[in-house]
Design a protein around this ligand. Structure first.
Ligand code: SAH
Length: 357
């Protein structure tokens, strides 16, 4: 398979041999086609010399995602299943928020973290996504938003969150490139404030992020306040000690000059005990944090049960009483299996059963 042209950041495009041979404005024109006009066909690059397009075509692919399925929820959430060049599939979601749309994108095909509450975890990790595959998700969602806008949002730019399939900090090199492309003025030109990485907190990945300091928002998914309880819910992330992860994220928050987020999935009789809320509050006091409480999105095996409403608000109150900003974040699109990995899983199951017939 050829590399994707969109995996190159604008500063790398300029240095391609076939672009070094032509005047420098050509690389700007090329970036325009790639990142502003969202062109997926070589033939459309009408203002570039034919020979240049032919050279690029020999070395690179221009498109890697096909829309396999699109579903729209009653609450406006739109969920996409994309087919990649190797036949693998990934999910991306457009979520209407109060005054803007949020794009939830994937960083890997599958995931190696094995979190007990997560649908993506069930199939294990297949592979990392390359930067171009990450950028194309954003572009397809952008196109969908242009074709079917939410009129109430006017021309507000969408936010992008790495909360889809995969562990972004286990694929740091590709994520770093995709962030550069998203934020470069000749790339997607997005503000760092509109981008958020959500991570289960692998130590090496957090250190790379801290070192690179891209300035984008950061959420740490906790699931347990002690090493022992966290390991039961999130076996692989649990290998990084909770305090190590929390303190690295706190350092990152200090560097970026903004609060980071601790994400806590509320599962009945597993993660909704008052004692855990107290412990979570003391973890949150180690740095500039807010807490997002996410009621469990039920998986199809029915093994884990979401906490009741009262239990959720009691948990929240303990945090807010201790001065920790805590918000309940219900996931959208319940009726279309929008929680991470669920659509892909449902499709795989139905493909298997139709093969059996
Ligand atoms: N690996 C990264 C990003 C993917 S998960 C991470 O762990 O953050 C993104 C968020 O979705 C995490 O906060 C995770 O806790 C949450 N999540 C996953 N499955 C869920 C489910 N079934 N119900 C509620 N939240 C879920």
């Amino acid at each position: 398979m050829k590399p994707l042209l969109r995996s190159l950041v604008p500063t790398q495009l300029v240095k391609l041999p076939s672009l070094m041979e032509v005047p420098s404005f050509r690389s700007k024109q090329l970036s325009q086609w790639l990142f502003k006009s969202q062109t997926f066909q070589w033939e459309q690059m009408s203002n570039l010399p034919k020979a240049l397009v032919e050279n690029l075509k020999t070395d690179f692919d221009l498109s890697s995602l096909q829309i396999d399925t699109k579903e729209t929820s009653n609450d406006g959430t739109r969920k996409f299943l994309f087919k990649l060049r190797d036949g693998q599939t990934i999910e991306s979601v457009i979520i209407p928020m109060k005054d803007h749309a949020t794009f939830c994108i994937s960083s890997q095909v599958g995931c190696a973290m094995a979190c007990s509450f997560c649908a993506t975890a069930r199939g294990g990790l297949v592979r990392n996504l390359v930067a171009g595959e990450i950028i194309e998700q954003v572009q397809h969602l952008q196109q969908d938003l242009i074709d079917n806008p939410f009129p109430e949002f006017g021309d507000r730019m969408p936010n992008v969150v790495f909360m889809g399939m995969g562990e972004p900090l286990d694929n740091w090199n590709n994520i770093a490139k995709s962030l550069e492309i998203m934020m470069h003025e000749q790339g997607l030109g997005m503000s760092r404030r509109r981008i958020q990485i959500s991570t289960s907190g692998p130590e090496d990945g957090l250190k790379s992020l801290l070192n690179a300091n891209p300035g984008v928002g950061l959420t740490l998914s906790l699931g347990g306040t002690t090493d022992e309880t966290r390991k039961q819910i999130m076996p692989v992330p649990g290998r990084t000690p909770v305090l190590t992860a929390v303190d690295l994220v706190a350092d990152y928050a200090t560097k970026m000059g903004r609060r980071a987020t601790l994400a806590w999935v509320l599962i009945s009789e597993k993660t909704d005990f008052p004692e855990q809320a107290h412990q979570l509050a003391s973890l949150a006091s180690r740095g500039a944090f807010k807490v997002n409480l996410i009621p469990l999105n039920v998986l199809d095996d029915g093994k884990l049960i979401p906490s009741g409403l009262e239990r959720i608000s009691d948990f929240q109150k303990i945090l807010t009483d201790k001065g920790v900003p805590a918000f309940i974040r219900a996931s959208g699109g319940q009726d279309i299996a929008a929680a991470c990995g669920q659509l892909r899983r449902r499709k795989e199951k139905s493909d298997k059963s139709s093969q059996k017939k």
